[in-house]
Design a protein around this ligand. Structure first.
Ligand SMILES: [Zn+2]
Length: 204
């Protein structure tokens, strides 16, 4: 998958986690979860020096170091449950973060692994075992380069992302006299009631 698909799905996963935890919009945790989730949703591809993050500093340095390690192959160790467990240990034992941030980070990272399992090559999810895990037969697998399926996923998840981002914006703007409360009433009395029940229950 390309980095656009990875980051938008990762961000929606973080939004879902924040909503699930009823995390206040204006909080350090929200900012850390979104920013960290953005990068972590693309981080597994640091094993490929041509990936989006690997082409930009300071990640280029990390990708160069990973490139020197002989056991790092594309869609190998960094795309495994082992890497996910190490990430968990890092953010619980070395730099402990709150539950909402921890889950946001883990889910953003895991979303990358899940998406890549729809590629024809699959991933070494159970690294160091050399078994490539993939969810679709090659005929239906999603191509790594530009493809209709990737564009489709990107458009759908962008819609969800901007909808939830606007929901957050309504909360942020609420204290503004007149406009804030007008926008708040419009959003909660006119837009939200028309959402499908499952989305309404999740977002509120
Ligand atoms: Zn990947």
């Amino acid at each position: 998958m390309n980095h656009k698909v990875h980051h938008i799905v990762g961000l929606v996963a973080v939004q879902g986690t924040l909503l699930h935890f009823d995390q206040p919009v204006m909080s350090n945790e929200t900012v850390i979860a979104i920013m960290g989730g953005y990068y972590l949703s693309m981080a597994p591809d640091l094993d490929d020096d041509d990936s989006f993050l690997a082409r930009h500093q300071p990640f280029r340095m990390v990708a160069k170091i990973l490139g020197k390690l002989s056991f790092i192959k594309h869609r190998g160790f960094t795309h495994s449950l082992l890497a996910l467990i190490l990430l968990y240990l890092f953010f619980t034992k070395i730099i402990p973060v709150s539950d909402v941030v921890l889950y946001s980070f883990m889910i953003a990272f895991a979303s990358h692994l899940l998406l890549d399992m729809f590629n024809s090559d699959g991933i070494l999810l159970l690294y160091p075992f050399k078994f490539r895990m993939k969810l679709l037969p090659s005929m239906f697998a999603i191509k790594s380069d530009k493809s209709f399926a990737q564009d489709f996923i990107y458009v759908i998840f962008s819609g969800i992302f901007y909808f939830v981002a606007f929901h957050y914006l309504v909360h942020i703007l609420q204290p503004i006299p007149w406009f804030g409360s007008y926008l708040y009433d419009f959003w909660f009395n006119i837009v939200i009631p028309y959402l499908p029940k499952i989305m309404r229950e999740f977002i509120l």
